[in-house]
Design a protein around this ligand. Structure first.
Ligand SMILES: Cc1cc2nc3c(=O)[nH]c(=O)nc-3n(C[C@H](O)[C@H](O)[C@H](O)COP(=O)(O)OP(=O)(O)OC[C@H]3O[C@@H](n4cnc5c(N)ncnc54)[C@H](O)[C@@H]3O)c2cc1C
Ligand code: SF4
Length: 593
């Protein structure tokens, strides 16, 4: 089994159809195929092979506009997103409001592996509080599970994909089991200074957690832990782990990693799943709808071959939607299934984002040294004000973590621009001297906060608009509540205090929360829209992502999340997908599916 044509897919029979090949689809297909299930994966984007397509070592100067972003390549010329972005040609979406503050923007990656080819690899676990937020403060919804239900799956995902970090035992910031995490990279100078000065403000700074191999995976120990009693899976995984190199600390992860040192579905989940012989993949396969059997169960899906425009129907015992939260919502709404609760499309969430940059004189004119490290944070700050919040001192609910960065990474367009606020503007020799002096002395602090689901944030089918395939599109409604705006305001004052404590300066003063908060969708952490729960009247699925209405329909992407904790969602999506897939396998073995 391998990459096959749309026409060949019609002829075969499968246990499970998985729609989408990103974090959720990749994890689902991996877990199912390693245990023997025959899986057909349908991916709307084109085939993409990181080993041959990743522009890892190209300099920005070699690219048009020196690699700067354009509407077609918003994250720069070399970015791994070969198809997709804020707009996908011929596949529009809309917002119900003309007010930019109430509009939602939607990033989509149309390619094998989805957004995992580019993502930031920040891999934080939800903590105990994050599963019971309503019980703590009366807002939002509790999950139909506890941290203890998901903890073993966090361990499994971390061992499989490779996550660096440390166990610091801070409140609501869970430890991984011993032997799970890889060692964190050494802090950069800017990290050390931040940690030293933040400590004076009682703000913790600890090693970050990211899906990057700081050393090779233990191919002897880990396969046995991940697939006990399954010799075939152990052998495949052991062989595959040996093909993944450790990070060499030099290139931008957002372009992807041809040596497979970071997590992309295309480099970590799909190769071993294909090696089982149990996975077929059809790319350029745009799923339009789930089809129904006469008994009300899912029969299969209808998809459109993007290359020919032809429509195909495929069938399986189980259908899994893993097309990214809002695409899965769209498929459900277009199919008219799984919505007896009326909750499909409701309670969509993003992450709260706001940031401030500053210039730190102490970091000027540093002796030349290589501090590239892994391309992303080495240290970060988890939310630290639980007690103050419980005591009612903050004026908003929930919290945020801080991602910060500085140092001298590969210069790109804009690296020496915007210095005028420091030196009043220079040119010629003076400009070059100043560029060298200031290069590496800029730091940026970004807050990533929890959004509480609310009634004003939902997606519905647009009454008339259709995409180029004739599929109805999504129309978004959006409104931040006072809690998210309060977080953004708190981020601004806190970051200004940290920069001040570092002896730094800022181009402009901190903004009020309403101005500082990023537009909905900008952080690209959208989840929700098909919430899990204990009550079929109030939720779309059970805690395994299994539809209440259609027992053989599962959703394994972020659509089922009941809250969007400040922790970036992808590790949780993968842990849920692993858990859901094990449940599916169990039901299939019992012939209940
Ligand atoms: C720049 C950036 C940085 C990010 N950084 C982080 C981070 O540091 N940490 C973190 O936790 N998260 C991060 N994210 C978010 C992360 O990428 C997503 O949470 C994650 O990829 C979600 O996985 P998914 O499988 O649900 O969706 P995706 O990865 O988007 O995959 C969905 C796939 O389904 C396909 N698809 C869609 N519709 C259909 C259809 N109708 N038929 C067939 N196929 C379909 C798509 O083409 C796509 O390949 C980041 C995202 C971006 C873009
Ligand atoms: S920094 Fe490391 S993980 Fe990232 S692309 Fe470069 S080698 Fe790969």
């Amino acid at each position: 089994m391998a990459f096959i044509s749309a026409a060949d897919a019609d002829k075969n029979s499968y246990d499970v159809i998985v729609v989408g090949s990103g974090a959720a689809g990749g994890q689902t297909a991996y877990t199912l195929t390693m245990d023997g299930a025959k899986v057909l994966m349908l991916e709307a984007g084109r085939n993409y092979q990181p080993a041959t397509e990743t522009p890892m070592l190209q300099a920005n100067g070699e690219a048009p506009l020196r690699g700067a972003g354009t509407p077609e390549k918003p994250f720069g010329f070399w970015d791994a997103t070969v198809d997709g972005g804020w707009q996908v040609p011929g596949e529009p979406y809309s917002s119900a409001s003309d007010d930019p503050a109430r509009q939602f923007v939607w990033w989509r990656a149309r390619m094998l592996g989805g957004r995992t080819n580019h993502w930031g690899r920040i891999s934080l676990r939800n903590g105990q509080y994050d599963f019971k937020p309503h019980s703590r403060d009366g807002l939002g919804f509790d999950w139909p599970m506890d941290y203890a239900d998901l903890a073993p799956y966090y361990d499994k995902v971390e061992m499989l994909i490779g996550v660096y970090g440390a166990n610091d035992g801070l409140e609501n910031t869970p430890n991984s089991s011993p032997g799970v995490l890889l060692p964190p990279p050494k802090p950069r100078v800017s990290d050390l200074l931040t940690r030293q000065r933040a400590a004076k403000l009682n703000i913790p700074v600890i090693p970050g957690h990211r899906a990057v191999l700081t050393q090779r995976l233990d191919h002897v120990r880990l396969p046995k832990l991940l697939h006990p009693g399954n010799a075939k899976a152990q052998k495949i995984l052991a062989a595959d782990m040996q093909k993944r190199a450790a990070c060499f600390f030099a290139t931008p992860c957002g372009r992807g990693c041809s040596i497979r040192a970071n997590y992309q579905s295309t480099t970590v989940h799909l190769p071993p799943a294909l090696d089982t012989g149990n996975l077929d993949i059809v790319t350029d396969a745009m799923v339009r709808a789930v089809t129904k059997r006469p008994d009300g169960r899912a029969e299969g899906v209808i998809f459109i071959d993007r290359k020919t425009g032809a429509e195909h129907r495929v069938k399986a015992r189980v259908v899994v939607l893993a097309a990214s939260a809002l695409e899965s919502v769209r498929i459900m709404l277009n199919s008219g299934v799984a919505n007896s609760s009326g909750k499909v499309g409701k309670y969509i969430m993003d992450t709260v984002g706001a940031g401030i940059g500053g210039q730190i004189p102490l970091l000027e004119d540093m002796p030349l040294h290589n501090e590239d490290g892994v391309d992303g944070f080495h240290l970060y700050t988890p939310w630290w004000l639980y007690k103050e919040q419980l005591a009612g001192k903050l004026g908003f609910a929930r919290g945020y973590h801080i991602e910060f960065g500085g140092g001298r990474s590969m210069p790109s367009m804009g690296t020496a621009a915007g210095m005028e606020w420091l030196n009043g503007g220079t040119y010629g020799r003076k400009f070059k001297e100043e560029a060298r002096r200031y290069f590496g002395s800029f730091m940026y602090f970004s807050g990533r906060g929890e959004m509480i689901p609310n009634d004003d944030c939902y997606a519905e089918l647009h009454p008339t608009q259709k995409d180029k395939f004739g599929i109805p599109t999504l129309n978004f409604h959006w409104k931040w509540s006072k809690h998210e705006i309060g977080q953004a305001a708190h981020m601004q004052t806190t970051f200004a205090e940290i920069i001040d404590a570092m002896g730094g300066r800022m181009p402009s003063p901190p903004q009020p929360g309403e101005k500082a908060i990023k537009q909905g969708g900008i952080i690209i952490h959208e989840v929700g829209g098909a919430m899990m729960g204990n009550d079929p009247a109030k939720s779309v699925t059970n805690s395994f992502g299994q539809s209440w209405d259609m027992k053989n329909l599962f959703i394994t992407d972020g659509a089922t999340l009941c809250s969007n904790a400040d922790k970036n969602p992808t590790l949780t999506i993968m842990a849920l997908a692993w858990r859901a897939s094990e449940h599916m396998l169990g039901l299939m073995k019992k012939k209940e599916l």
